[in-house]
Structure formats: structure tokens, C-alpha cells
Design a protein around this ligand. Structure first.
Ligand SMILES: [Zn+2]
Ligand SMILES: [Zn+2]
Length: 373
């Protein structure tokens, strides 16, 4: 089945009137007619496309189906799909069904399209797992006609043009060529009295609410497949799958990298100098962290097992806490005095109190020595 856009093929607007459709068709058909383009394969295939497009767009019912459902609405494929792919429980094999990033689709039988839906989660939701309701528009079997497309009480009738075969034979020069029947598009049946609810498509587009269980540990870029929750191509065909794409919002405290979490904790320089215990946030609540004396700013403490549990193998990540010195502000005169006194006292000890400055000035010194020598 060709995937041409019929409006593009005819070079017209989606709002084009019947007259404009006809005019565009005449103009293009004249241009690409095989009689005028002998031995041009390109013109020949263009001519066929133009005919196909005109065939659909010149017919009010077909055009409306095409506008609503695209090629699926007028599909001529026979849906010879096998049984459902064995996911009785949509989360029967959740770990096998989570994909990091994109995956190869594998071979697809004639069936409906896969749908994608992006869901946004907080870090807490992603880490502990959550059940979410989503609403998405889907092609559903029309309840009025049970998918037949024919007005309730009537039936689709055998196509007279092809006698129900869906194919016709045309004589072309010496050859007899088999073609898809232009009247029933291969279905073998035609609808004389279309169902008013679905205009003969046998399906309608409606919002459907789904409940999705998100397993604990998912991350941005993960996909969850819900087998059979995609679109049906046409009534009776096997539906495609729904892929739920996970996206995490930014967290106010934690940054995540895989199973590990990172955070920065401001700590006063007195605590860093003398050591002490501080409270730090974790995903489960608060935890105590012992700061050894003489800790420098930017020191990273690792808390084993306080990260995220891996969604695939259950391994537990770590939490990395970086302590950052906090400069005191809004000091009163007394505090300023104390700090000045404190600094004087430090200066008496020379560089021995300042390990970083010491190594820094050593490096500066040897740098100049090298330049001088
Ligand atoms: Zn037919
Ligand atoms: Zn219907």
C-alpha cells in the first residue's frame, strides 16, 4: 500500500472543494498520462498515484474516512494477523518490556499502529513506582455497528465489481494485470448504507483512560510497552502496542545518574573544622552523616545503598553527598571581632593551618623557580 498523502499528490489543500479536486486531477492526469509520456516509468507511477488519490478524494465517504483515519480508514490490506502476542497480563514480563532508549521494532505483522505516550514523573514516583492514569485518543471499534461500518440492521454487501474477490483483472495490451478492486479496495464488500456514527469506518476516535503501573526504578528514556494498547488499523485487526516513554522532572535536592543520587549540603566551617554530625536528606527521609574533623569543602561522602534500586537487576545505588562550606553572613560586631581575633591566632601558626594554601603557594613558588632557572 502506498503511503502517499492524497492531498499532496494532487497538490491541493485539505479544504479543497470537489471542483478543485477535479480540476487538479484533470491537470495532472493530462500531464502524466502514459500516452504523452511513452516509456517513462516515473510518469507511469505518478499517473497511478494521481488516479488513486482522485479515486479517494472525489468520493465523499472515502474522503471523510481518509481525513479521519488516514490510510487505515480506507485500508485495502487484509488483516491476516496471528493471535495476540502472548501478554495476557500487560505487565506479565515487565522487566523484559522496559527498554532503555530506542529499540528495533522487530518484524510487524499487518496490524494497527503503535502509539507513544510520554509520561512525566517526579523522582520519588520513579524511585518507588507508581500507578498512573493516562488519557489518550484511540481508534475504537464503533459500538453502533460493532465494527461492520454498515447502518445497524444492514450488512455490508458483496462488491459487484469484483464479485467479492477484492481483486479485478484488467487487460493491458497483451497482459492481463491483477489490480485491487477500486470499489471495495480489496475488502470484497461495500457498504451501501453507512453507519452514521462512524461514517462506515467501523471505528471511531475516542479518548480512552488507561491505568499504568510504573515499576520502581525507572528513569528518563525508559519505555514501557503495553501490548495491544495501540491503535487498531481497522475493525478486527490486531491492535498495535502502546509505548509509554518515561521522563523525570528535575528534583530540588537530588541529581540522578543511573542508580546513583548526588546532592550538595551546605555546612558551616566550624563543623567542617571540628567535626560533627549533620542531618542529610535521603529518599526515605533523613539520615545522620558524621563529618570528621578537618574536612575540606567539596568533600564527597558516599552513603551505600541510599541511591535508587535498579529496575532491571534490583541492585541498589549509592547517595553521594558533597559538603560545601557555607560562609556566614549578617555577622554582628561581636562575631566579626571574634573572627578577626581567630584569624590573628591562625596567622601565628603560619601556613600550618591552611593545607590548601600551603600546597598552592608551594606550586606557585616552584612555578616561578622554573621560569627563573
Ligand atoms: Zn470489489
Ligand atoms: Zn459504526
Amino acid at each position: 500500500m502506498s503511503k502517499q498523502d492524497y492531498y499532496e499528490t494532487l497538490g491541493i489543500d485539505r479544504s479543497a472543494s470537489d471542483k478543485e479536486v477535479k480540476q487538479a486531477y484533470r491537470r495532472l492526469a493530462m500531464k502524466y498520462h502514459p500516452d504523452r509520456n511513452e516509456n517513462s516509468k516515473e510518469a507511469e507511477s505518478r499517473f497511478k498515484e494521481i488516479q488513486e488519490a482522485y479515486n479517494i478524494l472525489s468520493n465523499e465517504q472515502k474522503r471523510s474516512l481518509y481525513d479521519q483515519f488516514g490510510h487505515a480508514g480506507i485500508s485495502q490490506e487484509t488483516g491476516g494477523a496471528g493471535p495476540a502476542s502472548g501478554f495476557g497480563d500487560i505487565f506479565g514480563d515487565i522487566f523484559g518490556d522496559i527498554f532503555g532508549g530506542t529499540t528495533g521494532g522487530g518484524s510487524r505483522q499487518a496490524r494497527g499502529t503503535d502509539l507513544e505516550y510520554q509520561i512525566t514523573l517526579t523522582l520519588e514516583e520513579a524511585v518507588s513506582g507508581v500507578e498512573k492514569q493516562i488519557r489518550l485518543p484511540k481508534n475504537l471499534v464503533c459500538q453502533e455497528c460493532n465494527g461492520s461500518g454498515a447502518r445497524a440492521g444492514t450488512q455490508p454487501e458483496t462488491c459487484e465489481t469484483c464479485g467479492g474477490h477484492g481483486q479485478i483483472r484488467i487487460q493491458q495490451g497483451f497482459f492481463s494485470v491483477q489490480r485491487t478492486c477500486p470499489d471495495c479496495h480489496g475488502k470484497g464488500t461495500v457498504i451501501k448504507d453507512p453507519c452514521p456514527a462512524c461514517h462506515g469506518a467501523g471505528m471511531v476516535r475516542k479518548d480512552k483512560t488507561l491505568s499504568i503501573k510504573i515499576p520502581a526504578g525507572v528513569d528518563t528514556g525508559d519505555r514501557i510497552r503495553l501490548a495491544g494498547e495501540g491503535d487498531i488499523g481497522r475493525p478486527g485487526s490486531q491492535p498495535g502496542d502502546l509505548y509509554v516513554q518515561i521522563k523525570l522532572t528535575k528534583h530540588s535536592i537530588f541529581e540522578r545518574d543511573g542508580d546513583d543520587l548526588y546532592c550538595e549540603i551546605p555546612v558551616g566551617f566550624v563543623t567542617l573544622a571540628l567535626g560533627g554530625e549533620i542531618q542529610i536528606p535521603t529518599l526515605e527521609g533523613r539520615a545522620n552523616l558524621k563529618i570528621p574533623s578537618e574536612s575540606q569543602s567539596e568533600k564527597v561522602f558516599r552513603l551505600r545503598g541510599k541511591g535508587v534500586r535498579n529496575v532491571r537487576n534490583g541492585a541498589q545505588g549509592n547517595l553521594h553527598c558533597k559538603v560545601v562550606v557555607e560562609t556566614p553572613v549578617n555577622l554582628n560586631d561581636e562575631q566579626k571581632q571574634l573572627l578577626r581575633k581567630f584569624e590573628e591566632s591562625l596567622n601565628k601558626g603560619g601556613d600550618s593551618h591552611n593545607p590548601k594554601s600551603r600546597s598552592w603557594s608551594d606550586r606557585i613558588k616552584s612555578f616561578f623557580d622554573e621560569i627563573v632557572s
